[in-house]
Each structure stands twice: as structure tokens, then as C-alpha cells.
Design a protein around this ligand. Structure first.
Ligand code: ZN
Length: 257
């Protein structure tokens, strides 16, 4: 059964998976009815979240049965509300590889001029390659591009492209999976098979495993980076309620003025 799920997750196009999930969402919400865990994105409560991930990344009690948010989405949502002007100011926003729980919510924010972009997704506004984007220089106030760079061979090129399309002083959130036990990011161009990439990088389509030097790599591309341990502003009970990753750091990247 686990092998079948793994196979389906790898082979079915993500838009189809999302459509399939739509049909099971209501019965799941009923099965998971309760108050122990809360999703701030869709503002619903459950007795627990669903498990998520496979192999080494499998973890219990993480995926919101209603909006499909994960721990990182819930933390980012609350961070955007608490620490930025994302929900209040008039902003040009570029959302690359948009996360399902956010798309509708962001589109409905009247203060945003919101553009979604991706190379492959059929549901985005603009199809573009992150390493060579179609947008003019100095266009966006805010770029969100999470869990993308670990898939991109030329990471510095992608980071510099994001820097280019940001206005001076503009902000970006470019979260990636990080193994903080590694001082240095691990990548080896000879690792190319899906099996080896899963073994060394944790997922069959990742091209590196980021370590604690991630913010330095962002700085190398030209960003000013603030490391925010926002997760520690919550009590232990709140961290459990939202099922956060207690080690997650949010990197606020700014284009120098
Ligand atoms: Zn939710």
C-alpha cells in the first residue's frame, strides 16, 4: 500500500492529485473532527492532522485535512500576518510555484496585485523559468518562492533573477528544506539517479541537501538576509496546536536599497 501511494505521488500530476483531494476533503474533515489541532490558514480545528511525506520525510500529524496546509505553510501564514505588511499594503506580489493552501487566499486579498508563476503548473498566471524570468527589472514588492531552489541546478542564477525582478528594498521569502546538522550544503553533480537523489538529498527530484550555510548562499546572490526564529514566539502548547516544525527559521530576504 505504501509503495502504491509513493508511486502515485511520484507519477500523478500534482494538479490531478489536488483535484482528487477535493473529493476526500469533506469526509476527512468529519473523520478528523475535534479541537486539539488548529489550522490558522483555513481557520478550522481537528482532533489531529494527517500524516505526510514518504520514506525519511514521513511524519505524523502534519497535513491539514481541509486546506492541505503543512507546518511550514501555517508558520509562514502567521508570520506574514504578524511581521509583514502583506495583508494591508498595496503590493505587487510574485508567487512562484504557488502553494495550494495559499493561492485562493492570496488572490482574494484586494490590496495585492498578485501574479502566480511556474514553469510547469497549468493553473498559474504566467509560465516562466525561474532562471530566466519574463518579468521586467524592479517590478515586485514581494516575491514568495518556497521549496523550489532545492530542485534547481543553477541556484545562484535563480536567486539573482528573483533579486533582479524585486524593487530596491523589496522582500522575498525563499524557504528550502534544511538539515541543520550539516554545516555546509551537500551537492555532488555525479548524483543523478532518482534513487541516489532520494538517498543523499531526501527526495528523488532534489539536486542538493541544504545545510546551515543556506543564508550565506542567499547573501552571496546579493540579498540582505534576516534570520527570524518566529516559531519561538509561540508557547509550547501553541507549537503543538499548530504542529509547527520547532526548528524552522524564516529567512527574510531583501534587495538592497
Ligand atoms: Zn487548513
Amino acid at each position: 500500500m505504501k509503495k502504491l501511494i509513493k508511486f502515485l505521488l511520484k507519477t500523478l500530476p500534482r494538479p490531478l492529485l489536488i483535484r482528487l483531494s477535493f473529493f476526500v476533503r469533506k469526509p476527512l474533515a468529519l473523520i478528523y473532527k475535534g479541537t486539539k489541532n488548529e489550522c490558522p490558514v483555513c481557520e478550522k480545528q481537528f482532533r489531529k492532522f494527517l500524516a505526510y511525506g514518504y520514506g525519511k520525510t514521513n511524519r505524523d500529524n502534519r497535513l491539514c485535512p481541509n486546506c492541505l496546509s503543512l507546518e511550514r505553510h501555517r508558520l509562514l501564514w502567521l508570520w506574514l500576518k504578524a511581521k509583514t505588511d502583506f495583508f494591508t499594503e498595496e503590493l505587487n506580489v510574485l508567487h512562484i510555484a504557488p502553494e495550494q493552501p495559499f493561492i485562493k487566499k492570496f488572490k482574494n486579498l484586494n490590496n495585492l496585485n498578485y501574479i502566480s508563476a511556474d514553469l510547469y503548473s497549468p493553473i498559474v498566471d504566467v509560465k516562466t523559468d525561474i532562471r530566466d524570468m519574463v518579468f521586467a527589472d524592479n517590478l515586485f514588492d514581494f516575491v514568495i518562492c518556497n521549496h523550489v531552489l532545492e530542485h534547481i541546478d543553477d541556484e545562484q542564477k535563480a536567486m539573482k533573477e528573483i533579486l533582479r525582478v524585486l524593487k530596491p528594498g523589496g522582500k522575498a521569502v525563499l524557504q528550502v528544506p534544511i538539515d541543520y546538522s550539516l554545516n555546509e550544503t551537500f551537492e555532488d553533480p555525479s548524483i543523478i539517479s532518482e534513487k541516489d537523489r532520494e538517498k543523499y538529498y531526501g527526495q528523488y527530484d532534489h539536486v542538493r541537501q541544504y545545510g546551515a550555510d543556506y543564508p550565506q548562499r542567499l547573501r552571496k546572490a546579493g540579498f540582505n538576509v534576516t534570520e527570524d526564529d518566529f516559531v519561538n514566539s509561540f508557547s509550547e502548547d501553541e507549537k503543538e496546536k499548530y504542529r509547527f516544525d520547532k526548528n524552522e527559521i524564516i529567512y527574510l530576504c531583501r534587495k538592497p536599497e
